[in-house]
Design a binder for this molecule. Structure first.
Ligand code: ATP
Ligand code: ZN
Length: 304
């Protein structure tokens, strides 16, 4: 993928005031116009999901560190995680910190890890929450979450941010309930995005598992058809960008959190995730930088 196309698109987004650069790759402010698109798309997701009767949960963009440790995220994606550290020293330590800062030395060693870790995917706080409620009801559960997520993957590509928003529907239940949820969202997600007049393709995918063992996990994930992505060309026609993902975790989270179905079996889980910034960027890429000039049919879907 050419970094020139990526930086050219990023520069154009900045020039049109849609993204506000903050001096770090992958960290941006957004304009009112950009946010309006994200809010309308958010409402559109709600509309397409309303028949599922999902329970809404909104969490801050952070996890309980104990929950994060138990999630095994560090086994698979240590390179993406972000933890929150803070100063807990005395006045003498404070002087040392200021001296280091003044001398241009590394001052961050004066901080200690807190109990808080940045959320890597919106669905992470759902599993311990549901587990704490005990056995699942017969119909299982559907949860609607929306969170800012952090992944340490600085990039010139404006579609690869370090802090971005992910809306998700999470299904927890029997293998049948979970598989039919994912099947239904693969269909719905495609129709939803086609209604926005952007070119879409659905493809098998894998997560960026870390290291040599990770390559095996990724191959396994593909062989078993556990992850699909809805791709839209944004900064490259040859390598379109994943804007929605459809993940089947089998009993991974059920086992970790001991979530049981009404029959006492381990729960299976799946989620559909919408990358809010990526969808907005795809719309700006295909319809232009000013939503007032977008095709009437697309405007009608979003602003009705
Ligand atoms: P990629 O393969 O591009 O790294 P992903 O498939 O690993 O993305 P998921 O973990 O499935 O991403 O996350 C769910 C959704 O969140 C993705 O479909 C995408 O739309 C969005 N997303 C993931 N990473 C980023 C990022 N760095 N910046 C913006 N959006 C992202
Ligand atoms: Zn998820």
């Amino acid at each position: 993928m050419s970094t020139e196309t990526q930086t050219a698109f990023r520069d154009a987004l900045v020039a049109h005031g849609l993204l506000i650069p903050m001096g770090v790759d992958g960290l941006y402010g957004r304009s009112g116009v950009f946010e309006d698109v994200v809010e309308r798309f958010d409402a559109l997701i709600t509309q397409w999901g309303k028949d599922d009767g999902a329970e809404v949960m909104r969490f801050p963009p952070a996890l309980n560190r104990r929950h994060f440790e138990k999630s095994e995220y560090l086994n698979s994606f240590p390179q993406l995680a972000g933890t929150i550290h803070s100063f807990e020293g005395n006045e003498r330590d404070h002087q040392t910190l200021l001296q280091k800062l003044h001398d241009g030395e590394d001052w961050t060693g004066m901080q200690r890890p807190t109990d808080v870790v940045l959320t890597p995917a919106a669905c992470y706080p759902v599993y311990p929450t549901i587990a704490a409620r005990g056995v699942l009801p017969e119909r299982g559960r559907v949860v609607d979450v929306y969170s800012t997520c952090f992944r340490h993957e600085p990039s010139l590509d404006p579609a690869r941010m370090q802090l971005f928003r992910m809306r998700e529907y999470v299904r927890i239940g029997t293998p049948n309930q979970v598989m039919s949820f994912r099947r239904s969202w693969l269909e719905r997600g495609k129709l939803l995005m086609e209604s926005l007049g952007v070119p879409v393709a659905i493809d098998l995918a894998n997560d960026p598992f870390f290291g040599r063992a990770g390559r095996m996990l990724a191959a396994n994930q593909r062989d078993q058809g556990l992850k699909f992505e809805l791709l839209i060309p944004i900064t490259s026609a040859e390598k379109p960008t994943a804007c929605l993902s459809f993940n089947y975790h089998q009993d991974h989270f059920g086992l970790l959190w001991d979530i049981r179905t009404a029959d006492g079996e381990l729960a299976h889980t799946a989620c559909v995730g919408f990358g809010m910034e990526r969808v907005a960027l795809a719309l700006f890429r295909h319809h232009g930088f000013d939503p007032a000039d977008w095709p009437q049919a697309v405007r009608a879907v979003l602003w009705g």
